[in-house]
Structures are given as C-alpha cells and as structure tokens.
Ligand binder design. Sequence first.
Ligand SMILES: [Zn+2]
Length: 272
Amino acid sequence: MPELPEVETVVRELREEICGDIISSVEIFRSNPIVQGDLDMFQEQLCGRKFMDVRRRAKYLIFNLEPKRYLVAHLRMTGKFIVSDPLPEPTKYNRVWFNLESGRQMIFDDIRCFGTLEVYDDLADSKSLQKLGIEPLSKAMTLGYFKKNLGSSKREIKSVLLDQKIIAGLGNIYVSEILFRSRIHPQRSAGSINKREWSLIIKYTKYILQEAIKNNGTTISDFRRVDDKTGAFQQFLQVYDKKEQPCTECGTPIQRIVQQQRSTFFCPECQR
Ligand SMILES: [Zn+2]
C-alpha cells in the first residue's frame, strides 16, 4: 500500500506532467466504489477545469483546479495514476480516464478498486481530510505534541504511529523501519516512551521519509510511479519483510509478529 513517500513521488511527477493542462472529458469505466457521488455530476464538475497544482496531505492527492475546485484522490491498496499518450481502448484495470486538451490522458488504474476519487468546491467539506493528524515532515512534529497527546497512553507504539488521526501518512513498512532505527520494541505502550526515545522517533521518521522520497518510494509489490517505473527505497529497508534474516546491527534473526491484523518486523535484541 502506498505510504507518504510513494504518494509524494506520484504528486511530484503528476505536477510535472499535468499542470497547465485542461480536462476536456472524463470517461468512467468502473465507478463503484471508486467515484464518490453522482457520476454525471462528477464528469460535469471536472470538464473544462485546468490543473493548477497537485499536492499531498497525508496519503491523499489533492488536485487544485481553476475555476476553483478540488479533485481529491486516495490510492489505497492498488490505485495508481498514469499519464500517457491516448490509448485506443482502456486496459483491464483502467477505471477512469481524464482526457486532457494537450491530447494526453491521465488514467486512474486500480486492480482492487479500494481507491477513491472525490470532487470538492471547498476542502473544509471533506470529512476525511479534516480528521487527519499532523504531517510528519512538518514543524508540528514535536516532542511536546507526542508527550501531550500520548504521555499516558496504554496503546502500543506501533498502532499509535499508524493512527492517521495522530500522525498522518505512515504505514506498515515505514513504522517498522522507524521503530528499528529508534531501537524501540513495537509492543511498548506509547505512555512508556521517554523524551529521548520520542526524539529518536521524530528524528528517524523525518530521516527515513526524506530518504524514501529521494529514492522515489518503496516498491514491494504494486506501487508504480506515473511512468510505471518502480521506487528504489526497498533496497534500504532493514527489517520490513525480512523475517528470519539476520539483523544488520547484531545478527539476531528478525521476527515477525501480528499487531491489529498487520505484520510488524523487528529485532528482539536491538529493540527494547
Ligand atoms: Zn539487532
């Protein structure tokens, strides 16, 4: 599933490809459950609008249109955007075509159809955007924020870092990596994390996300960039998907446990 660095990669590439272009028509090949709301309305609301900017909030892509309107997309499991020269017909998993005045197409492709596309005149109307926690690469990411909100929390640190209402954009891969670098056991309660350890979590969250963005994200299975290339950060992962492989620090076999139905990978020796 794409996390913050993968979405940021797609946003940067889309910005290069489509800004200044105008949507001439929208063709929907499979709407349910991707396109939110009325289909005719969705097409009508977008036709004739110009892409002014593409940006990211958590794992959402926000397309700023002119006259003012917003297309908000979430890739979920397997959603992806492809920009290409016009195709003669949709390929198997093409769900929506945004035909552009330049003659090119922005394609929303999604094998499993968990992705979403929504249109808003005002982003304040998006309930999902309003509920999001702080951006991990922003100045809001401070020791004070975590101590204040989680200082006495009994929840496991792994679940807390995955909670989009607390910190937005992290997923399973990067949280495993952040806790490994910070040498913190994923089952520790958030309330037991001391100031020094929170500082390490903040430091390595920023470091790992920035490195992953530099490498155009991580491709474990489905993630593809706008030009269908893969990301390259998977070669720098130290624990994720490395069950039984020796820890890079101490040689102890990496363990896999399940927390909230999701895999966590960690070193039982280095992480306490
Ligand atoms: Zn180790």
